[in-house]
Design a protein around this ligand. Structure first.
Ligand code: G16
Length: 671
């Protein structure tokens, strides 16, 4: 075997403990990255991505999709017509949809890092591949064991070696990273892993012709946001499947430039989509003189790079003025430090660098915080006295739901020519299944409000020109679970209170020729990210909806419901995975004594407080969520109660119970 093919020479050393303990969690692999601890994990993720890309290329070849083949050929011809030649793009070559590797630890501190794997449709990795990823990483402790595990897995997912001989699609893997100092190195290691996998398998199958000598079928997109990479992959799939994509990109003579073109179009396309939405809602909106100003905390992360490219055109074309702060992407040690969406939401504190000072008497401004990789958004109102009113994912979901119901309950044009002629054909015959997906952390007041809306719709309390079915669904924490649920509906709105979320429109249903999806919702589908939750896209969507309603942020904060008081806390325990939960994280099943203690704390608190004549609110709705984080080495505790004091007192008592059941003594005793 030639040296370049020896896994043992390529596999970077990683402490065995990291390999044993790390798992594909809520959002990929994540841990402290100091001392090269994550090097081996990044390389292994490259192996996984390489294998997934080969599997997709093979599946596409075997599925013999006539549309894709015709379109791909047509597209190649189109390139040739545009450019006079197809240098670097042989006409018999068909590219498969791409898979992606994003190096980021998102909201975590700068010393952490991680890997999010992106599937070929731009969404989250399919669950069976999470299992393969875990097994590859666990086997990496021993390179020879890894080699034979990979052989077995390749047989399982690709079939016998000669299956690849018939592959007619070219596998493709895209890489990007956030601004962390360890990210470029980890991205390179992941690329090495992917190249090893492709080279090894394609050489064995005698298909080295499927390897691009220049790029090795692996393209590094550099520093960008997580949603940007998801979007490029999603757009690439649209392009490959249908020969079109909604991004404005210009064909370039080199194939990797096509991909770079998609990335470059990401920000400008968001501005285009915002303009279209405002114009369809009310043509006078985009021309409003008064501008809507937002102070955007970029968490000193990659979101600043995208925003820098669009703020001027956004202001000129829509009147939405984004003023960025905490946008020092070079100061890697400042990433998420006392700023960013997670900080603002969990601590209800204004981010560092907030532009108002005590001298700016009684002024309050609209703010928005992204997280380190800009897939979350938290809005807030901040004043000169340092007070912070958080408008979280629950309120964003409510605003979007309000808009969706508004559009579906009226007669709207659904074709641009109808709008131009001022026609609003009837929506009578349409039936829309709308889903609102949330998690255990969602505020009880928001869930109650959504159920009230559902009942209103069911009982005819909302005048409707079409039939709306609203479903309110709880699922496990983590975007991957919410997204899966949301895709079951014609229109699926999903948000976590921490600011992750989007509104998804059924692909087939958007393209159905007879679909009468109102034009504003078609524009919404262009703006809201259809691959993954996107902090920047959501900010533009919310800002557009506020502009349309002529609401201030304060109006929005008070428009729908009053959230129940809540507290988030977190604690370290020796082994957080000792906690098991059920009912979408709403109940602890292990250790059983912990659940009993939590029930006891709630009951005791209820008795004390209801015995007190002075109490405010109802004590029937008190709740506690205790679960191990999938992104940090902590146990998360969330409490909801009628007052902040109650919530704090309960959180304290629950922390003590967690310590008793999972603290150091308990672990030593059970060991
Ligand atoms: C990730 C996930 C989110 C999840 C968050 C916290 O976000 O994508 O769905 O809510 O982690 O998860 P946990 O409570 O398990 O730590 P991000 O922004 O960190 O990628």
């Amino acid at each position: 075997m030639k040296e370049r093919e020896r896994l043992i020479d390529l596999l970077p050393a990683t402490t065995p403990l990291v390999l044993q303990r790390i798992r594909y969690g809520t959002a990929g692999f994540r841990s402290d990255s100091r001392g090269h601890q994550l090097d081996g994990v990044a390389f292994c993720c490259g192996l996984v991505a390489g294998l997934r890309a080969l599997e997709r290329a093979l599946t596409q070849s075997e599925t013999k999709m006539p549309v894709a083949e015709t379109v791909a050929t047509t597209w190649t011809e189109r390139c040739a017509a545009n450019l006079g030649e197809t240098e670097g793009y042989p006409s018999n070559e068909r590219r498969s949809s791409a898979v992606g590797v994003m190096i980021t630890a998102s909201h975590n501190p700068p010393e952490d890092n991680g890997v999010k794997l992106i599937d070929y449709d731009g969404g989250m990795l399919e669950p069976s591949w999470e299992t393969y990823a875990n097994q590859i990483v666990q086997n990496a402790y021993h390179p020879s064991a890894l080699e034979s595990y990979l052989d077995g897995l390749a047989q399982q997912v690709l079939g016998p070696t000669d299956a690849l001989c018939r592959c007619t699609y070219v596998p493709l893997i895209l890489f990007a990273h956030d601004t962390r100092s360890t990210s470029p190195r980890l991205a390179n290691l992941a690329m090495q892993g992917a190249r090893y996998m492709l080279l090894n398998r394609l050489e064995a199958a005698g298909r080295l012709d499927l390897l691009d000598s220049e790029s090795g079928n692996t393209i590094l997109l550099g520093t960008t946001t997580t949603p940007a990479l998801h979007t490029v992959i999603w757009q690439w799939k649209q392009l490959m499947d249908q020969g079109w994509c909604s991004f404005r990109h210009r064909p370039d003579e080199r194939f990797p430039n096509w991909i770079q073109g998609l990335l470059a179009s990401y920000g400008p396309s968001l501005v285009d989509a915002t303009v279209s939405l405002l114009e369809v809602l009310d043509p006078s909106l985009a021309k409003l003189d008064s501008s809507q100003e937002w102070f955007v905390d970029c968490a000193n992360g990659a979101g600043a790079i995208v925003l820098r490219g669009i703020t001027a055109s956004l202001r000129d074309r829509t009147g939405i003025h984004l003023v960025c702060f905490n946008d020092d992407v070079a100061a890697t040690e400042l990433l998420n430090r006392r700023c960013g969406a997670d900080w603002v939401q969990k601590t209800t504190t204004l981010p560092e660098g907030w532009p108002l000072h005590a001298s700016d008497e009684s002024l309050s401004l609209g703010g928005a915080s992204l997280d380190g990789d800009a897939d979350r958004l938290i809005c807030f109102l901040g004043d000169s006295l340092g007070r912070c009113t958080v408008l979280d994912g629950d309120l964003m979901a409510t605003m979007v739901l309000d808009f969706v119901i508004y559009c579906l309950s009226r007669d709207w044009p659904s074709r641009p020519w109808e709008a131009r002629r001022g026609l609003s054909p009837s929506n009578d015959q349409q039936r829309w299944r709308v889903g609102l997906v949330h998690t255990a952390y969602t505020n009880g007041a928001a869930v109650a409000y959504w159920h009230r809306k559902r009942k209103e719709i069911e009982t005819g309390g909302i005048e409707q020109r079409s039939r709306i079915e609203l479903h309110v669904v709880c699922t496990w924490t983590g975007v991957k679970h919410l997204e899966r649920e949301a895709r079951r509906f014609d229109i699926g709105i999903y948000f976590e209170p921490n600011g992750h979320g989007t509104v998804l429109f059924q692909d087939a249903f958007l393209r159905r020729s007879g679909s009468r999806l109102p034009l504003p919702l078609q524009c919404c589908a262009r703006l809201a990210n259809q691959a993954v939750g996107d902090g920047i896209a959501n900010l533009l969507l919310i800002a557009s909806l506020l502009q349309w309603k002529r609401w201030s942020i304060a109006d929005w904060a008070g428009a729908f419901y009053t959230p129940l008081a809540s507290v988030y806390s977190a604690m370290h325990v020796p082994d957080r995975h000792a906690i098991k939960t059920t009912d979408f994280d709403r109940r602890v099943t292990y250790p059983p004594a912990l659940e009993a203690s939590i029930r006891g704390v709630l009951e005791q608190h209820r008795q004390i407080r209801t015995g007190n004549e002075q109490h405010e609110g109802s004590f029937d709705n008190m709740r506690v969520v205790v679960r191990p984080s999938g992104t940090e080495d902590i146990v998360r505790i969330y409490v909801e109660a009628p007052t902040k004091e109650d919530a704090l007192a309960i959180a304290d008592a629950v922390s003590t119970a967690v310590m008793e059941h999972l603290g150091p003594q308990q672990t030593l005793a059970s060991a």
